[in-house]
Design a protein around this ligand. Structure first.
Ligand code: AMP
Length: 402
């Protein structure tokens, strides 16, 4: 069966077609600048018989509906399409950012599910409406194909109240569901499963710390296979230092900036989400550029790496205290998978806790999941490439089986 996996943003649609049994990617692509003057679709097909085929279409794409239709026309194109007929698509999976407290797992999309997604819009006012647009268009175009929602928050619904409550008046939780939700759940769940396999255990037997360091960054404490704490909060701003997001700051910063800089709340929110993190510290948010600048003597670039890796180390310590016994620490996402300097700095000085990197393994380049700890490390350390689309495909297969 072929799965069509959709990640619908406010002006974009990212997609993949996956053959579910063999987990083979048949096509991947991105529609950008929906609703803007010049839209663009880039599709890469993997027909199997020859090398990959890239195609680019540039034309106005007024809305998600026309974007989705363009994708389908491309996928069924006679020369480089990977499907002959839309009827070959057996199920559609949608990445949904916020499931609130309504969803602790992936769900087949029905009217009550759509209503719950609507209800959760206040929790993710930028992301959930765009996800809903994608779902509605797909339901219109494929009325008879099962549609599955896979939530970024669902994996973290197992957190206990002591981890998800903020110490603010309890009524705000009761009336408005103000609490920690956590994100990147599909990625944390996926790499945890792969790590259990490498440890030769079942996931429910494993205590793990999963460290997702990409443009967005988060860390999860996993006890007996279940998320018990995570660094992102009610929104994807809390916790680690990210590409352009601050992570933890003193909440009184808002008042200070208002009183001393005359900034409105919206401007402060934009500052913390778009102008902070690595970018705020050194003007760059791509770790490759930051390392290059640091090697050339840029003091602020060096400082940005220090601040990010110190924060990561601090959270590793906190999550070790949460878990007590840790079987494995997993690094994943763009930085976590590719950056030996950040991995080494994030684990520096933790030898007394049984955490020892093998420097040679840490520096080896590979796209494969691998162990990078020293033989005498009591906590094993792994690099495991995340694969959100494959994770969604696996979730979909599970939902359709039930
Ligand atoms: P992601 O959000 O997982 O796609 O990660 C994107 C980020 O990964 C980029 O902004 C870079 O900072 C980082 N990245 C990608 N490749 C490398 C690399 N080879 N070394 C260091 N950082 C990298």
């Amino acid at each position: 069966m072929k799965f069509f996996i959709v990640n619908s943003g406010s002006s974009s649609i990212k997609y993949q077609v996956i053959e579910s049994a063999s987990e083979t990617v048949l096509a991947t692509g991105l529609v950008e600048r929906i609703g803007e003057a010049g839209g663009r679709l880039k599709n890469t097909a993997f027909p199997g018989t020859s090398d990959e085929l890239d195609s680019v279409i540039e034309q106005p794409i007024p809305d998600h509906r026309s974007g989705m239709q363009l994708v389908i026309a491309t996928l069924t194109d006679k020369t480089d399409g990977v499907i002959c007929n839309v009827a070959e698509i057996g199920a559609i999976g949608h990445r949904v950012v916020h499931g609130g407290e309504d969803f602790s797992g992936s769900m087949r999309i029905t009217d009550p599910v759509l209503q719950a997604l609507e209800r959760n819009i206040p929790l993710a006012p930028l992301h959930n409406p765009a996800n809903l647009d994608g779902i509605r268009v797909a339901m219109e175009i494929f009325p008879h194909v099962p549609q599955v929602a896979v939530f970024d928050t669902a994996f973290h619904q197992t957190m206990p109240p002591r981890a998800y409550l903020y110490a603010i008046p309890y009524e705000l939780y009761e009336t408005d569901r103000v609490r920690r939700y956590g994100f990147h759940g599909t990625s944390h769940r996926f790499v945890a499963g792969e790590c259990a396999r490498l440890l030769g255990k079942q996931l429910p037997e494993c205590n793990l710390i999963t460290v997702h360091l990409g443009n967005g960054c988060s860390m999860t404490a996993i006890e007996n296979g279940r998320s018990v704490d995570t660094s992102l909060g009610m929104t994807p701003l809390e916790g680690l230092v990210m590409g352009t997001r601050s992570g933890d700051v003193d909440p009184a910063l808002h008042l200070f900036l208002k009183q001393n800089k005359g900034m409105e709340l919206e401007a402060i929110d934009a500052l913390l989400n778009k102008e902070s993190g690595l970018k705020g510290l050194c003007g760059m948010n791509d770790m490759r550029d930051i390392h290059k600048a640091a090697a050339e003597g840029d003091v602020r670039a060096k400082l940005a790496v220090e601040v990010q890796t110190y924060r990561t180390r601090k959270y590793i310590g906190a999550f070790m205290a949460v878990l007590g016994r840790v079987d494995g620490i997993v690094f994943t996402a763009g930085i976590g998978e590719n950056d030996p300097i950040v991995r080494a700095e994030s684990l520096k000085g933790l030898e007394a806790f049984g955490i020892r990197l093998d420097p040679e393994r840490n520096w080896q380049r590979s796209k494969e999941a691998r162990c990078i700890s020293a033989p005498d490390s009591t906590v094993r350390i792994f690099v495991i490439p995340t694969n959100e689309e494959l994770a969604i495909a696996r979730e979909m297969a599970q939902v359709l089986r039930n």
